[in-house]
Design a protein around this ligand. Structure first.
Ligand code: C2O
Length: 542
């Protein structure tokens, strides 16, 4: 196994998209940032130097961080931010994961432009569980704002309303030729007729689940979130922010140009969203006429929950899994949006959500608040009192018809930095239940520090009496982000075998800011494996 050394310089860079130039925060001046290419088993040492004017941290999304909790990266959870002028070196090992992950800033909305791919090839000497592809390409889907994204979220926080939607989706940083001024920069993916290549699709968008397809080509799904899956064929993918999907594409079509395209899967009713389509071009090398019009695929309509669900429920693990068949901890966690009454007038904030309220979001009625003077991990490690409380509830304080038409007065979230303690080694089940108190929508729920098995999902309210029978305890897929269906539920299982403070949150960034998050603390305080490791010397302090 190798060790890979990288320098990531976070800096201000002039970037032009859609005919407008603005200063963006980038890594090494690149958008997307550098791709990390490793083999399973390799180590990474990445020195992040902050030359920008914002605080920043980098999160290695989906990397298990087994016994390297201090390298996970979410701001105020596992570390204080890297101040302008500061630096921090992340050291971790890729172990037991193969496929595609990614990295992104985990501070404010900086991840809009601070992100990149992590390509994990098989362990040296090992092969893919399918015929070796003739090369691979990364496709990172993201969102672009003409305004500075940090200003967009700051303004929304001030007003209490929803932030402005993006101005474009992008593929590898480029909107593509359906947008103004973008044609000449459209990403071209070259192809030889007859070649089968592995395409690694990542949804790095801030706030939008996306449908993805390639005109006239079959997509054979072979992996997701850096785990292999039982191969299946589809014409369209749906990815929530945070999710990755690896697909094999066979160049079996007549030579020509075919659009690769993505656009919104928008499950929230009535909420505005960016309804544009981003494209790249799959270009056969021996095409007769490279200037001809590429063939356009058809993508599902934005509200096509049927297609989205058919896709997300097609995943199976390729063989026997280690899914826990008995459980020690059984949590029921609601996830959804809400609104708060307007607090007494202050000159820094207004209440521009419907009926003079402010948007909020919660898990089990708790709107998560990030600490500010310590990271949770540091506070936990040093026993600093007053930073968090350990009373995150294992189930909601009141139960009612979560997906029905219920009174908003039933659900006024409380704000707090509440964590839930898990014993090292506990076999954990979490029933995630979407709510529709304010509006119903999908929530891509991401857990740090673990992969989890998705043993079941469904619509309506989870009913332990009947839904338990639907659990797949044979070959459920292993993921790090699950698309909690609109007005529905999902059940995940994992073993708490990694000490640390691990945030679980909705990966729609607007929802994190509103509080759709909670934190698990795993640390028995005895035994080498069961106890949190010591922090590195250059860990940033607040
Ligand atoms: Cu990809 Cu907490 O994030």
């Amino acid at each position: 196994a190798k060790t890979h050394y990288h320098d990531f310089v976070v800096q201000s860079t002039k970037v032009t998209r859609l005919c407008k130039t603005r200063t963006s925060i980038t890594v090494n001046g690149q958008l997307p940032g550098p791709t990390l290419e490793v083999n399973n088993g390799d180590s990474l040492v990445i020195k992040v130097v902050n030359k920008a004017k914002y605080n920043v941290t980098i999160h290695w999304h989906g990397v298990r961080q087994m016994r390297t909790a201090w390298a996970d990266g979410p701001e105020f959870i596992t570390q204080c931010p890297i101040r302008p002028g500061g630096s921090y070196t992340y050291r971790f090992i890729i172990s037991g994961q193969e496929g595609t992950l990614w990295w992104h800033a985990h501070s404010s909305w900086l991840r809009a432009t601070v992100y990149g791919a992590i390509v994990i090839r098989p362990k040296e000497g090992d092969s893919y569980p399918f015929a070796k592809p003739k090369g691979d390409s990364v496709i990172i889907l993201a969102e672009w704002w003409n305004a500075n994204p940090v200003d967009v979220i700051r303004q929304a926080t001030r007003t209490g309303g929803a932030p402005n939607v993006s101005d474009a989706y992008t593929i590898n940083g480029q909107p593509g030729d359906l947008y103004n001024c973008s044609r000449k920069d459209t990403v071209i993916v070259p192809w030889n007729s007859g070649d089968t290549k592995l395409i690694r699709v990542i949804n790095a968008a801030l706030n939008q689940q996306l449908f993805f397809t390639i005109a006239n080509h079959k997509l054979t799904v072979v992996g997701a979130d850096a785990s292999y899956v039982k191969p299946f064929t589809t014409s369209v993918l749906m990815l929530g922010p945070g999710q990755t999907t690896d697909v094999l594409i066979n160049g079996d079509q007549p030579p020509g140009q075919y659009y690769i395209a993505a656009r919104a899967y928008a499950s929230a009713q009535g909420a505005p969203f960016d309804n544009t389509t981003t494209t790249a071009i799959l270009n056969y090398k021996n095409s007769p006429n490279p200037a001809s019009n590429p063939i356009m695929p058809s993508l599902p309509p934005f509200n096509d929950t049927r297609t989205a669900t058919a896709f997300t429920t097609s995943f199976r693990s390729p063989g026997k899994t280690l899914v826990p068949t008995t459980i020690d901890e059984n949590l029921f966690i609601t996830a959804g949006l809400g609104i708060n009454q307007c607090p007494p007038k202050s000159k820094n904030s207004t209440c521009q959500a419907p009926n003079g309220t402010r948007f909020t979001a919660s898990m089990n009625n708790v709107s998560f608040v990030l600490p500010s003077n310590y990271s949770l991990l540091q506070a936990h490690h040093q026993g600093i009192p007053g930073v968090f409380t350990t009373d995150f509830p294992a189930r909601p304080p009141v139960s009612f018809d979560y997906t029905g038409n219920v009174s908003r007065s039933l659900w006024q979230p409380v704000r707090g930095t509440k964590v839930y303690n898990l014993k090292y080694g506990a076999r954990v089940q979490v029933v995630l239940q979407g709510t529709s108190i304010f509006t119903a929508e999908n929530h891509p729920i991401h857990l740090h520090g673990y992969d989890f098995y998705v043993v079941a999902e469904g619509f309506g309210n989870f009913d332990p009496k009947t839904d338990t029978a639907k659990f797949n305890l044979v070959d459920p897929p292993l993921r790090n982000t699950v698309s909690l269906p609109v007005k529905g539920w999902a059940v995940i299982r994992f073993v708490a075998d990694n000490p640390g403070t691990w945030i679980m949150h909705c990966h729609l960034d607007v929802h994190i800011g509103w509080g759709l998050a909670m934190v698990f603390v795993v640390d028995n305080g005895v035994g080498q494996l069961e106890t949190l490791e010591q922090p590195p010397e250059d860990l940033p302090v607040c």
